[in-house]
Design a protein. Sequence first.
Length: 227
Amino acid sequence: MKPLVIAGMSILLSLSLISSTEAAAPKSIKQTYTIVDAKNKKYTVSVQSKAASCRKATVDDFWWVKGKDSLCTGKFSLYVNNKSTAYHYTFSKDFPYVIATHDFRTSGKLKNVSGHPTVFSLSFRETPSYMSLTTFSIQNGKLIRHPGTFMSYGMRPKMKSDLLQVPIYSNAGDKVGFLFQDKKLSKGKWVKGKEHSFLSSSFNSKTYKKGVQEWNAYSSKTNYFVK
């Protein structure tokens, strides 16, 4: 794996999507997921737009999208059991809603490899490499947004039971490498847990190479979590 060169997390780059593919006429979009509350009661959370303009991704787009992925612009709303919530978001040409064939790339996702998911997340691309994620859960029968956002590199975090692991690549400073941050949801807020660090001053160090191995395993295996 070649060394990755990106801007630090503190710098957000403005993006410009250039594509020869024209967006199709606006259409209705609905993606539905199943979520459970703390008592294991099931709810449906859906991302809906009444008039989204979508087009297929091309080689001129972000490095993380593939030819079968769709990029959509328009106003999107979150629904619970087909009832509208207070959460409404606008996705633009520079920051599109992604309908992807891979869980790590799609904008709306619900995944918990240990069983029923309890957290729904919605992502926005901030740079060609970084995405910010807003997370939600069901509390007292309502969809509640958790305070703050996560910044994740290249792919979405993964969840196992009550553990959320966030993958980050950093070169902002004297050291470069990989970080995996553990977080747990407590009373509607994310609590920081263990941080798995593979930062080094050299791309040729054992620490950096170990980080590459962990990154490749994390990105290729759904059930893999760094310990």
